[in-house]
Each structure stands twice: as structure tokens, then as C-alpha cells.
Design a protein around this ligand. Structure first.
Ligand code: BGC
Length: 262
């Protein structure tokens, strides 16, 4: 049975929530590619639940989407409930986001951590496809997101961006945003990333690092400065990864729940 058949349909729909934008697209589930352009609406400020749920509704309506869909969230999400929201409004804490978005969109919505979604897309279609062992996918953006896999199985909500680095949260020292905010050269920033990756190596002995986020587009800027023992590859799905992973999870879950239960 092909991957798409397991998921019960050929296309899915994903929304990726970030601190500055909420992005959506229809996804081809056989190839992991986006069908057409991504739709993007600015994240409201303050980034509170009600206006963001309304944007989810707008994005769904704009595509005329009527099937289950996936939404990523930049924080810990357990069974659809938001448990941390480092870069969004703290009124998200404790919100049952799957119910909120499902009510707004009028269809079933599954919610998962943004880096977990991006990691799932890399495992299914990208840089980690077919890779056994322990794979750590890290997304460098406003924060540092992480997704950890063993033989392709996700351990959700690992939050490795919140490890300590040089006396601070790692993402406050080494996120991609910090390079710009502190006007660091690539070499200087990479030195921080290297210390961070060595710490992750020490804890988890991974077989592969996949480096994602905007910086995956220009690996020649940072790759040469990183000296770690684990193999490192840039992510392949770039900015669409979260959308693809979210669509994939929603389609897989709805195909499973549609099966007769034993
Ligand atoms: C959040 C993570 C998220 C990462 C990337 C961090 O601040 O705690 O949940 O995956 O940012 O958005």
C-alpha cells in the first residue's frame, strides 16, 4: 500500500503557526510538496487564542477546505492542549487548542509542536528519509525547535532549544534570530551552535543531525564552521516542512480513525 493510500487520501492541509506569520497550504501527500502558493496572514499582536483561531478559520475558508487538517504550534502540545508558549501570548497556556481550532474551522483539527511537524516531514520526505537510529532535527528560527526520532518514531515535545548554553537558554544564545539581533558573523554564531550541538551529542549520542529553519537554504555559510562528530545535513523541505508535517499527521490520524475499531 502506498503512503498516500495508508493516509486514505491524496492531499492534506496544514497550517504552520509562527511568531510573525500563520502559513497554510494544500499538501500533496505522496510527494510532500505544496500544491500552489502558501497563504500567509500576519500573526496578531498580542498573539492570543481568539484572533488566532479566527485566522485559522480564514485560512481554511480561503482554500474551501472541508476535511481534517493539522496545525503546528511553537510550544509544548500534549493531546491538543498548549502547555508552553515561549514566543506567543501566555493566555495560550492550558488552552485545548485542538477544540478551539476545530470549532473555529468547522472541521477536525489536530495540533502538534512545530518542530515535531517539521521533523516528521523530513523523516517522511526529506533529509532523514530512510535513516535508522537516533535522528535529531533542529529548527533555527526565532527560537530553536527540536524533534527527536528513534528508527523513525517520534519522541514528541523534546524542547531541546531550552537546554542551557553558556548560562542562558540555548535558543536565547544560538537561535537564527540571535545572529541578526546581536549582529554576529556566521563564524561567531556557528561557534555557539557548535557548543550547543556538542551538548546535545553528549546527552543523546545521535546518529544524524538535520538542521532546519531558514538557514537550511544556505548551508555553505555555517556548515564548514561546525566540528562535531555526528553527521550533519541541512533540512530539505525548508519553510514548508511544518505545513507538510501537520497535513501528514492529520491525514494519517483521520485514516486510522475511519478504520473499523477492533
Ligand atoms: C518552543 C518550541 C518550538 C521552538 C521553535 C521554542 O521557543 O519552546 O516548542 O518548537 O521555539 O518554534
Amino acid at each position: 500500500m502506498s503512503g498516500a493510500a495508508e493516509r486514505g487520501r491524496q492531499v492534506g492541509f496544514g497550517i504552520d503557526i509562527g511568531g510573525s506569520g500563520m502559513k497554510a497550504a494544500v499538501v500533496e501527500l505522496e510527494s510532500g510538496t505544496l500544491r500552489g502558493e502558501r497563504e500567509r496572514i500576519k500573526t496578531p499582536h498580542p498573539a492570543t487564542p481568539a484572533p488566532m483561531a479566527d485566522i485559522v478559520r480564514q485560512l481554511v475558508e480561503a482554500q474551501g477546505w472541508t476535511e481534517p487538517l493539522g496545525v503546528t504550534f511553537p510550544g509544548v502540545v500534549r493531546s491538543g492542549r498548549i502547555e508552553t508558549a515561549a514566543n506567543l501570548d501566555s493566555s495560550w497556556l492550558g488552552v485545548q487548542a485542538d477544540e478551539l481550532f476545530s470549532a473555529a474551522a468547522g472541521v477536525d483539527v489536530v495540533v502538534l509542536n512545530d518542530a515535531d511537524a517539521a521533523g516528521l516531514a523530513e523523516v517522511e520526505f526529506g533529509a532523514a528519509k530512510g535513516r535508522a537510529g537516533v535522528v535529531v532535527v533542529l529548527t533555527f528560527g526565532t527560537g530553536i525547535g527540536s524533534a527527536m526520532f528513534n528508527d523513525g518514531t517520534l519522541l514528541p515535545n523534546t524542547e531541546l532549544g531550552h537546554l542551557e548554553l553558556d548560562g542562558a537558554l540555548a535558543e536565547h544564545r544560538a537561535a537564527a534570530r540571535i545572529r541578526k539581533d546581536e549582529d554576529l558573523g556566521w563564524e561567531e554564531w556557528s561557534a555557539r551552535v557548535q557548543r550547543y550541538l556538542r551538548h546535545v551529542e553528549l546527552l543523546f549520542s545521535p546518529d544524524l543531525f538535520v538542521v532546519g529553519g531558514g538557514i537550511s537554504k544556505n548551508p555553505e555559510k555555517w556548515r564548514q564552521h561546525l566540528d562535531v562528530s555526528t553527521e550533519i545535513v541541512p533540512a530539505e523541505l525548508a519553510n514548508g516542512a511544518g505545513i507538510v508535517g501537520a497535513a501528514l499527521v492529520a491525514a494519517t490520524r483521520s485514516a486510522r480513525t475511519a478504520l473499523p475499531q477492533p
